[in-house]
Design a protein around this ligand. Structure first.
Ligand code: ARG
Length: 574
């Protein structure tokens, strides 16, 4: 696509040799009010260099560039040169490019094949996979898709919470009160009930704690019986998690969780010792980060057992050695910000310059309308139930709105699950938000169903136009078409939003913020719908019809590509 800023900078540079094209490009603005043009060039800064009043300079530049075919109009207003891009050329160029690129529209090679690790989801085994886990899971998946589109070589890790002293308690409880059939039938709820029972019983039987500790020590030492039980709990939990991942169509390249690093920690502890970073404190080993304002990180408990952060240090070192990453991204709730600050600081103090390639991507809480959920108070909302609920509710809506849609089950799945994912990705990730059904499934708001519906509407226009007419609206045919009939405000606004899409993807990657993609496809959908309402698309005039259909194909392509980056389907009917 034409890089308008660059083109304009080139033209102005011809008139103002005192500045480089790059300097000029940095000064060019996009006015808030489109009446002031599509681009504006303020001349204040030139006054010093040229020793002339800014309005005079602006007038001179306007005169020099006004005849370039890129513009429909160039005006001097006070100190500004206001430039109006030729709509026809802008529309033709943008639409042609999108039609040419198709599913690749929005992809670039910013990444140049560099390795990026995205760690996301990372639930704890034998604990409920609840609505709170949707955030890391869906944000991480979208970031992985965005980085892939930007040309990075992405590796997806699910850093399962599958290790720690709680497994000593769980095995202990299972041995006292457990039952194999129950665990197989309903693993997570059953294991959780054992864990809860342990905490009740230990109040009156403190010796259970010692028993659990001894069991965990046997597990750490690799004793067969304990390891087998732990492995079984892990597998059963993973089966449940995978059901949810299947519904979301989310995958991982590795499920190496905390336990994977259990044999890699002694080396790390030794290294911390050797580098003079470890300190004894009340029988435990710590790294003191007080000088950095990050408190004290507990590396090894007084009973010798290792900790969460120790496993994370080992994991980061392992990842660097195994994958040689350019970026190592952790998509984890903002409650763990201090943990990651400590982690990265320790890695830096160990002398690893790749510490600055490690990035924490924090996000806020999900609240439910009834109030925040809490595992401890038993107010757990399982993610699987939310997803199933979304599919069911969507099915009802579709049956009511469009009973002839066909394949209602598939559509309800794509729209229902898509709605939950889209909702998750439509807010700035750092904000807390409240999950509200009416909002998620609203077909008219700024929601997934609204954007998907717009996509289906594009598809429906193309079906109505017929294959033959659609075939004529191909990239090769656009060069000779008269676009002057497709240069209305509505068409032009739509094309401007389409033009902005690739840059939105780049920004989403840079700022680790999928909501920028979400925002952009909402804008595209809204401006498409305005165009659709304002204008007749399937008109008598063949040339006009072809050009308009090309614009519809372009809008459909951009919406589908954007939804794909969020991990959401783009159905052709709904
Ligand atoms: N399992 C942890 C939790 O549920 C999240 C793990 C985050 N990743 C990490 N490398 N520490 O809170």
């Amino acid at each position: 696509m034409i890089d308008f800023k660059k083109e304009i900078a080139g033209l102005i540079a011809g008139a103002v040799p005192e500045l480089t094209a790059q300097e000029i490009e940095d000064i060019i603005e996009v006015p808030q009010d489109t009446k002031m043009g599509d681009y504006a060039f303020p001349c204040f800064r030139l006054a010093k260099v040229l020793r002339k009043a800014p309005p005079m300079i602006a007038a001179g530049i306007a005169e020099a560039i006004k005849d370039a075919p890129l513009f429909s109009k160039v005006e001097q207003v006070n100190a500004y040169v206001n430039m109006f891009i030729s709509r026809e050329e802008m529309i033709r160029d943008t639409v042609t490019e999108i039609l040419k690129e198709g599913a690749d529209f929005g992809k670039t090679n910013v990444g140049g094949g560099r390795k990026v690790i995205v760690e996301y989801s990372s639930p704890n085994i034998a604990k409920p996979f609840h609505i709170g886990h949707i955030r890391s899971t869906v944000i991480g998946n979208s970031l992985h898709l965005i980085f892939k589109a930007l040309g990075y070589d992405v590796f997806r890790i699910n850093h399962l919470g599958d290790y720690g002293t709680q497994f000593g308690k769980m095995i202990c409880a299972y041995r006292h009160w457990g039952n194999k059939e129950d665990v197989i039938r309903e693993p997570i709820k059953t294991l959780l009930s054992y864990y809860t029972k342990f905490h009740v019983e230990v109040e009156t039987h403190p010796e259970l704690d010692d028993e659990a500790r001894a069991i965990f020590a046997r597990l750490e030492a690799g004793e067969k019986e304990e390891v087998e039980l732990w492995q079984w709990f892990r597998e059963e939990s993973l089966k449940e998690f995978k059901r949810v991942y299947d519904m979301l169509e989310i995958e991982f390249d590795s499920y190496n969780g905390e336990s994977f690093y259990s044999d890699k920690m002694p080396r790390i502890e030794q290294e911390l010792e050797d580098k003079g970073l470890m300190k004894e404190s009340q029988g435990a080993m710590v790294v003191d980060l007080e000088d950095e304002g990050l408190g004290v990180a507990l590396i090894k408990k007084s009973d010798g057992s290792s900790l969460y952060i120790t496993r994370d240090i080992a994991a980061a070192v392992y990842r660097k050695e195994t994958y040689d990453f350019y970026k190592n991204i952790y998509v984890v709730a903002s409650q763990q910000t201090l943990h990651f600050q400590q982690l990265f600081k320790i890695i830096e103090k160990m002398g690893y310059d790749w510490a600055d390639g490690c990035v924490h991507v924090p996000f806020g809480l999900v609240r439910l309308e009834e109030g925040t959920m809490s595992t401890r108070h038993g107010r757990v909302v399982f993610l699987e139930d939310v997803l199933n609920g979304a599919v069911e509710k969507t099915k009802e809506i579709i049956m009511e709105k469009n009973p002839e849609a066909g394949d209602v089950d598939r559509i309800a799945r794509e729209v229902g699950i898509g709605a939950v994912i889209f909702n998750e990705l439509s807010n700035n990730r750092i904000k807390d938000y409240t999950f509200k059904w009416e909002q998620v499934l609203n077909f008219d708001g700024e929601t997934g169903p609204y954007v998907q519906y717009t996509h289906a509407r594009c598809a429906s226009v193309l079906r109505k136009a017929g294959d033959e007419a659609v075939a004529k609206a191909s990239a090769e045919n656009l060069a000779g078409l008269d676009f002057s009939k497709v240069a209305s405000d509505a068409a032009y606004d739509l094309v401007k939003e389409l033009y902005a899409f690739p840059e939105a993807v780049v920004q989403a990657g840079e700022r680790l913020e999928p909501s920028l993609v979400t925002r952009q496809i909402i804008d595209i959908a809204q401006s498409f719908n305005k165009f659709y309402h304002d204008e007749h698309i399937i008109v008598e005039d063949e040339e006009e019809k072809t050009a308009k259909l090309a614009l519809v194909i372009a809008a459909k392509t951009a919406i589908a590509n954007g939804l794909a980056l969020l991990g959401v389907h783009a159905p052709d009917r709904m």
